[in-house]
Design a protein around this ligand. Structure first.
Ligand SMILES: [Zn+2]
Length: 507
């Protein structure tokens, strides 16, 4: 039946001994028998055999199969319309990527696969047989690739080999067959310096500045940041250790693209002594870990400390100023995240200047005079979004610190979250003021509310009043060089004639 359809088809004959036949028959005998069977098939189907490829090597690896490589080359050159072989298993050995290479080359060249039992038409994707062929390859993929690769990787790690891309301070190399790391002395000096400085109490930001000033060049970004220094200082690879199986990858729900990464519980972690040279003695590493965790805010205490959070922007670049703790300044510093954009300022100075200028305005807003009823539902939704966002920010920092995210990915994600935070702040500010019903509020003003508020509550009040505050610091020492342009959302009726902008110069 099929002989009439494939008339004088230019065909390659591919012969390979399968493992099942390895007992008993000699290779030569088996190949001759197969050859006769295939020649008979070709005759009955009217195929024209234009080339014969006889694999004598029995390697699984595609590159240990010179005849298959030759066949692939010739197929790509368009010399055949069909490949004749005993069964698809002869083609489909080895890893999936290699099977994929074969299948793709055949499909691309419009070559049919013909066995004595079946003709597979790769061009016709509706072909049931083609689907069956794909399933065959896919099944092999799942079984082979997954198991074999993972086992290989775990074995490598247990033997002290290093598989991921080399961290700063190292280069990839091989010790025999084992992939491992070799010290890159140029970078290693910076790694040691970072650990020394951290142990001496220097902040990650300061260390990042130092490294950048020294011309240290991180692998995947332009310059060191607080985050990348933190990740570096937390990486046990610098003590010569290998940590494996820290994360588990799972397909996303619904089998779509991408997969989710979750941290495995510590007992599942596989730790081994690496073959690579340590850059940092274990005592120093532990000292640094203690330093870092003593500086980190304890878990769950991520509360807002800046009542003007989300409101103060750098007049230069428009970025939100960040509150950073610094040991030599009580209350910390407000800094523009863009390195070298504008000088920072003491947080307390800024807050007191803003209070001084804005509290009198709040004092004109009586608390009982709230015309708009509260939309409890909206408030609840926004609060929940705020909570979610905080969780995500925490999680993002964790992912960076545990090395799941590269610094580049972290920064990208963190930008996205910042945008959401700003949006959320805008929405929160749009919420109507709370309608007070309590008599206790009689005679009280919004300024009294601020006095009694936590920074987070205070922040909600300021967001109602203030659209944004632009921060500028002219070159020069002293508070007098700090300028704040405050843009108000509205003015109380008594001030309605005035301009909604306040320019403050600190003194
Ligand atoms: Zn700036």
């Amino acid at each position: 039946m099929p002989g009439k359809e494939v008339d004088e088809m230019k065909t390659a004959l591919y012969l390979r001994k399968s493992r099942a036949e390895e007992l008993g028959e000699s290779t030569e005998d088996a190949l001759r028998r197969h050859r006769e069977t295939l020649e008979e098939t070709a005759r009955s189907m009217g195929l024209l055999i234009c080339g014969v490829y006889e694999e004598v090597a029995s390697g699984e690896d595609l590159y240990a199969r010179p005849e298959m490589l030759r066949l692939l080359r010739d197929v790509r050159e368009g010399r055949y319309e069909a490949v004749l072989c005993m069964d698809v298993d002869r083609l489909g050995r080895g890893s999936m990527s290699q099977q994929g290479v074969i299948l793709e080359a055949f499909q691309h060249a419009g070559v049919k696969i013909i066995t004595p039992q079946k003709t597979y038409d790769l061009d016709n994707e509706m072909d049931e047989d083609y689907t069956e062929l794909q399933t065959f390859f896919a099944r092999k993929e799942l079984k082979l690739i997954k198991k074999r690769l993972r086992r290989g990787q775990e074995r490598t790690a247990a033997e002290g080999g290093y598989l991921a891309s080399a961290p700063f301070g190292y280069e990839k190399t091989r010790a025999g067959r084992l992939p491992t790391l070799r010290v890159n002395e140029e970078e290693a000096r910076f790694v040691r310096a970072a650990f020394d400085r951290c142990a001496a109490g220097e902040s990650c930001t300061a260390i990042a500045c130092f490294l950048n000033a020294c011309g240290a060049q991180p692998r995947r970004s332009a310059a060191f940041t607080r985050g990348s220094v933190l990740a570096l200082l937390r990486n046990p690879v610098y003590t010569g250790a290998i940590v494996w199986n820290r994360r588990r990858y799972r397909r996303a729900n619904g089998g779509g693209r991408g997969c989710s990464k979750t941290e495995n519980p510590r007992p599942l972690w596989l730790t081994a002594d690496g073959c690579h040279e340590a850059l940092v003695p274990p005592e120093l590493f532990h000292r640094v870990q203690e330093q870092l965790s003593s500086r980190a805010r304890p878990a769950g205490s991520h509360t807002l400390r800046n009542p003007f959070a989300g409101l103060i922007r750098c007049a230069n670049c428009g970025g939100l100023l960040q509150l950073r703790a610094r040991s030599n300044v009580q209350g910390g510093y407000l800094v523009c995240e863009r390195k070298g954009c504008c000088p920072s300022a003491g947080f307390r100075d800024i807050v007191s200047a803003l209070h001084h200028a804005l509290l009198p305005i709040l004092a004109l807003i009586p608390l009982e005079q709230s015309p708009v009823p509260e939309h409890a539902e909206n408030t609840a939704l926004l609060r929940r979004a705020e909570k979610n966002l905080l969780r995500q920010e925490e999680r993002l920092r964790e992912l960076l610190e545990t090395g799941v995210y590269s610094v580049a990915v972290y920064e990208e994600r963190s930008r996205i979250l910042n945008v959401r935070r700003e949006k959320l702040a805008e929405e929160t500010a749009r919420l109507p003021q709370k309608a007070p019903t309590d008599d206790v509020l009689q005679g009280k003003t919004a300024a009294d509310a601020v006095a009694a508020a936590s920074p987070a509550e205070e922040n909600r009040i300021w967001r109602l009043l203030v659209a944004e505050i632009l921060y500028r610091r002219e070159p020069g020492k002293g508070l007098g060089h700090i300028l704040l342009d405050v843009h108000l959302r509205f003015l109380p009726p008594k001030l309605a004639q005035e301009d909604g902008c306040r320019s403050l110069q600190l003194s």
